[in-house]
Design a protein around this ligand. Structure first.
Ligand SMILES: [Zn+2]
Ligand SMILES: [Zn+2]
Ligand SMILES: [Zn+2]
Length: 249
């Protein structure tokens, strides 16, 4: 399968309008350091396309039928793009947790077909199996394990660490090929609902062969510094996601 990172930012995106911080200034110099809110596509070996979160308008990145859309949670940075995407010209299943569900999307979904799911559910899309797991966030939030041909990838955002039952489940099915992990904040920063970079790696380093840091805020280190930091600390095992990145699993 192919993982296509369409948006790898936190809710504000990078650069933030008029923000003069080092991260935002660097992103005005290097296009690759700019980030849209969370949006990720998985493309299966038989051509299935599954979207995980819709933090942005997807049309210029992905103009194909979607076999399914999954939401991790209903925070605005993960659903922005849905307000437009619901006019999609074919019926498309939208799987999402219940907590804080957006009334507009549920009551007037146009061509989306919302289906509420809970942690622990398994859904098959073609040859891809998607399993939802519970995460630790401000509102009900699901992570997803995507499995194809015995290879597993985990999407683990937004979260601060992992609930014990999720940790146990991931240990049981480890090693994951890739864990895509919430790394909103810089090393040392403490937040109740999101990881910093070190917490992101600690949470996943013993269960995954590779870790890809995502959901990155402008409060995090500037792109080049963040890449240098992760290389020094963890070598090639930890990668920093960027918008447009494609990862082959
Ligand atoms: Zn978020
Ligand atoms: Zn900034
Ligand atoms: Zn959130």
């Amino acid at each position: 399968m192919i993982i296509y990172f369409i948006g790898t930012g936190g809710s504000e995106g990078i650069p933030v309008h008029l923000c003069d911080c080092n991260t935002c200034n660097e992103a005005r110099k290097f296009r690759f350091a700019q980030r849209r809110p969370s949006t990720l596509a998985v493309i299966g070996e038989n051509g299935e396309v599954i979207l995980f979160d819709v933090g942005t308008d997807i049309r210029e990145f992905l103009n194909v039928p979607l076999d399914a859309i999954f939401l991790t949670h209903w925070h605005h940075d993960h659903i922005y793009g849905l307000y437009k995407l619901r006019w999609i010209a074919r019926e498309t299943n939208l799987y999402a947790p219940e907590g804080h569900a957006d009334a507009l999307i549920l009551q007037d979904p146009k061509n989306l077909r919302p289906k509420i799911i809970k942690a622990g559910e398994k859904i098959r899309i073609g040859d891809i199996k998607v399993t939802s797991v519970k995460l630790n966030h401000q509102i009900e939030t699901l992570g997803y394990i995507i499995e194809e041909d015995g290879k597993r990838v985990a999407i683990l955002y937004d979260t601060k660490g992992l609930p014990p039952e999720t940790r146990e489940y991931l240990e049981d099915i480890s090693p994951l090929r890739v864990a895509i992990v919430d790394a909103t904040y810089p090393p040392g920063f403490v937040d109740p609902y999101h990881n910093n970079v070190n917490e992101a790696v600690e949470m996943s380093i013993d269960i995954a062969e590779r870790i890809v840091l995502s959901h990155i805020s402008h409060k995090n280190l500037p792109f080049l510094k963040l890449v240098n930091y992760t290389r020094k600390m963890w070598g090639g095992k930890v990668l920093v996601a960027y918008d447009g990145m494609v990862f082959y699993v």
